[in-house]
Ligand binder design. Sequence first.
Ligand SMILES: Nc1nc2c(c(=O)[nH]1)N[C@H]1C(S)=C(S)[C@@H](COP(=O)(O)O)O[C@H]1N2
Ligand SMILES: [Mo]
Length: 332
Amino acid sequence: MHTGVIMLIKRSPNGIDLPYPSEITPREIYESRRDFIRQLAVGSIASGALLELAGREAYAQTPGATKLAAAANPAYMLIEKKTAYKDATTYNNFYEFGTDKAEPAQNAGTLKTRPWSISIEGEVKKPMTLDIDSLMKLAPMEERVYRLRCVEGWSMVIPWIGYSLSNLIKKAEPTGNAKFIEFVTLEDKKQMPGQRRAVLEWPYVEGLRMDEANHPLALLTFGMYGEVLPNQNGAPVRIIVPWKYGFKSVKSIVKIRFSKEQPKTAWNLAAANEYGFYSNVNPDVDHPRWSQATERRIGEDGIFTKKRKTLMFNGYNEVAPLYAGMDLKKFY
Ligand SMILES: Nc1nc2c(c(=O)[nH]1)N[C@H]1C(S)=C(S)[C@@H](COP(=O)(O)O)O[C@H]1N2
Ligand SMILES: [Mo]
């Protein structure tokens, strides 16, 4: 599905930047639309994409929020209608600010995202503490439109901003013993009032196998919709692992630890029979209490709206080789 779009959008000299609306002249818009309609006519592109081309719409969000410049990476621009900014920032799971979907947006104002540093520890040749602003300069920022599928059965389509996590891993120089990587959220009851209740073991922890973490899709994420992350979405830095259920995408990270052993994970600690370490999106493996075969796209909640089929690996088939020979019913 991606190739069609790449063909019709003007390439910049480095071959990867898509133009921002402000850089597109009316004539280019006209011509690309014409090409696009031709593509539609030959049936090589999904019709929903037409809405998208009409402009990478000017994102209108939080008044006064810090903009975050990024070049769109065409290899990762999912062609689906993006979730409304309002929905993506008011319907959240971030238990550190409450278990209700509306609470993170209401309560996350107490989170202080500057100064902020991340420590890189464990099986690395270069353990270090990185200030958030230097971390943001480690690699060029890219915009990538990913689908996020929550284990609860809903999904969103969000334009994230960040760079492949592999850039940071490379800088840390993992030792030969580093087989896994663990991510730890901030723990501070003052800033995160939800941590006063023992709904999960704090701090929230998650982990990936080293080869998963090094997959180019795994995104160290600093922004969304053209701006820095709102607090409720995991400011100032989180990961997005789009082929896994949303809970693997840890928010507000303060520590990244490389290890020999598979790390513990917050949801596995809470309910091991329901949430495994891998947690790949998989329509064929039901949650013990509900089916995972379909999903509700946030923003499409009419009474007559049909649910969408959930795709294996959330549609990111390129990760399949990571699990070759593994029984994904066993390693759920
Ligand atoms: N620290 C932390 N990270 C977290 C969570 C959380 O409760 N705490 N919730 C997870 C879940 S269940 C989902 S679906 C996604 C939601 O991300 P979003 O609010 O940006 O859509 O964040 C994940 N990351
Ligand atoms: Mo989730």
